[in-house]
Each structure stands twice: as C-alpha cells, then as structure tokens.
Design a protein around this ligand. Structure first.
Ligand code: NAD
Length: 288
C-alpha cells in the first residue's frame, strides 16, 4: 500500500518506520528537517510539501500536536490532494468536536475517515505495540484497520466518528485520578509507618489493585520497575497528561458531565506541569 504520513515527531517517526517495515511505501512529511532526515533513514520517501506527499496514495496517516493543526493540515493539504478513494486516519490526540468536524468535512468530500488516537508512549510507537481506539463508520474502520495493524498490537472499533477521542480522554482522566490516588495512599501508608513495599504487596493483591499501582508503581524501589526508578524520566510526560486532562474537561463541559475528581486531577497536574512538565506523570507523588 502507498501511505502518506504527516507528523514524524516522537510518536509519528517510529510509526512511519513500522509501516515501511511492514512492506508499505511511505511518503513522509513534517515541518522539521531533522524528522524528515530520520524518516529517510528509515526508508520513507520524504517531501517538502504535505499536499505533494498525499498525491496518489491509498491512505493518509497524521500524528500531529493538536486539533487546530489537524484541522488546517486536512483542509489545506489532505482533502483535495489525496485521491478520492484514499482512507484518512488521524492518530493525534485532539478534542472530540474537532475530530468530528474534520471527519465530517472529509466525508463530504467523498473520503472514508477515522479518528484513531493511541494508548502507549514512544516505546510502543517504536516497537509497533500501540493500542488504537478508532471512531468512524464500519467501512472506514475496516479500511483503516489494515494500516493500523502494522503499527499496533490492538485496533479497537470504539464507535462512530469521535468515539476514539472520547475513549482516549475518558481513559486518561481515569488514569490521572488513579495515579493521584495511588500516590496518596502509598505516601500516607509510609507516613503511618508501614513499609511501602509491604503496602504494595498487600494492596496490589487486594481491592486497591489498579494499573497505576500494579503496573506503574510511582515510588522508587517499590513494586514493579517504572519511570520512578529512573528519576521519573521517560514514560508519559506530565505536560501530555495535562493536555489530555484539559481536553477531558472541555468535553465534560460540552455535555454537562459531572467530573469532580477529573477537575481536581486537572488542577493538580496544572500545578505539577508548571515545575516538572517534562517528567513522567507518576512524579505527582513527589508533591505529596
Ligand atoms: P511531537 O511534538 O514529538 O511531534 C509532532 C510532530 O508534528 C513534530 O515533528 C512537528 O514538527 C510536526 N508538525 C507540527 N505541525 C505540523 C504541520 N502543520 N505539518 C506537518 N508536521 C507538523 O509530538 P508527539 O509526542 O509525537 O505526539 C503527537 C500526538 O500523539 C499528539 O497529539 C500527542 O498528544 C499524541 N500522543 C503522544 C504520546 C507520547 O507519549 N508522546 C502518547 C500518546 C499520544
């Protein structure tokens, strides 16, 4: 398959390389020269114009920073530039309303399109083990699935247009809340004189069991190995968690959903990001 890939940053770079590894021909575009250079080393054909990269392709994949950029890239460089039969796949994390609007514009121009945000960070993007949550029609999903399988371990059809973004922000709001809760419980146990490792052993096998505790323990030297054991470097940056929480809070407002803990989590990550935006989000434990 011939695929245009736009946005070759921390995530997109590895994803485009995995499409090449799977035998696809990849036309790559990014605003940054360095990203283009790396893409060429990974076997992509590079372009200095996004519209030109979309000419004659079967699919377009985008992995961009935010909704405004996604909207402008589709309006200016994808729609009307990619052939009418191409399937369009936006893997960026953006707000639900913009995702729906871009898909609706693409469909009006005759394209099949899905929103397909990912779970998994840079390591999963490089390793081809991302989970894709996909929103769109059955037909668009089936067409996108073939492309996404080369970059991930799971491709799940969440529902109609925007459902992928909905799943992503609700999941990450839950993750933020559970990470803060895990960190509070571990610190409190420690302050009450309980060995944190004992607390981990007990709670990870009791009703406190959760991903933040069991698979991503936020305290150094306790539980499983995680970014905490590497001074909170790598992993999922606090700034990106804050981005997702802001998207979640905007969406909650749009539909009048009561998200008391989500709002508190956004406030806590807002403060953490001011000081340590680059550190893993589990570093929230350092503030307690
Ligand atoms: P990044 O900043 O490393 O990469 C974005 C790339 O897009 C950059 O190379 C930039 O030059 C390029 N770009 C910006 N505007 C462009 C334009 N108009 N045309 C072409 N290229 C353009 O970001 P990232 O970490 O790769 O994240 C990309 C998306 O994936 C974001 O929406 C993010 O929220 C999401 N995401 C990131 C992670 C993570 O761990 N990094 C995990 C899950 C989801």
């Amino acid at each position: 398959m011939k695929i245009a890939f736009i946005g070759l940053g921390n995530m997109g770079g590895g994803m485009a390389a995995n499409l090449v590894k799977a035998g696809h021909e990849v036309n790559a575009f990014d605003l940054a020269d360095e990203a283009l250079h790396t893409a060429a080393e990974h076997g992509c054909t590079t372009f200095d114009d996004a519209g030109a990269a979309c000419q004659g392709v079967d699919a377009v994949v985008t992995m961009l920073p935010n909704g405004a950029i996604v909207k402008s890239v589709y309006r200016e460089s994808v729609i009307g530039h990619a052939p009418a039969g191409a399937v369009l796949i936006d893997c960026s994390t953006i707000d639900v309303a913009t995702a729906r609007e871009v898909i609706s514009n693409a469909e009006a121009a005759g394209y099949d399109m899905v929103d397909a945000p990912v779970s998994g960070g840079i390591a999963a993007a490089n390793g081809g083990t991302l989970t894709f949550m996909v929103g769109g029609t059955d037909k668009a999903f089936k067409r996108a699935e073939e492309v996404l399988q080369a970059m991930g371990k799971a491709v799940i059809h969440a529902g109609d247009a925007g459902a992928g973004q909905t799943a992503k922000i609700c999941n990450n709001m839950l993750l933020a809340i559970s990470m803060i809760g895990t960190a509070e419980a571990m610190k409190m146990a420690e302050k009450l004189g309980l060995d944190p490792q004992k607390f981990y052993e007990i709670s990870s096998q009791s009703s406190g069991y959760c991903w933040s505790l069991n698979a991503y323990t936020p305290m150094p030297g306790v539980g499983v190995e995680s970014p905490a054991d590497n001074e909170y470097k790598g992993g999922f940056a606090t700034a990106l968690m804050l981005k997702d929480l802001r998207l979640a809070m905007d969406a909650a407002k749009d539909v009048n959903a009561k998200t008391v803990l989500g709002a508190k989590a956004a406030e806590i990550y807002e403060a953490l990001a001011e000081e340590h935006g680059g550190l893993d989000f589990s570093s929230v434990i350092k503030t307690l």
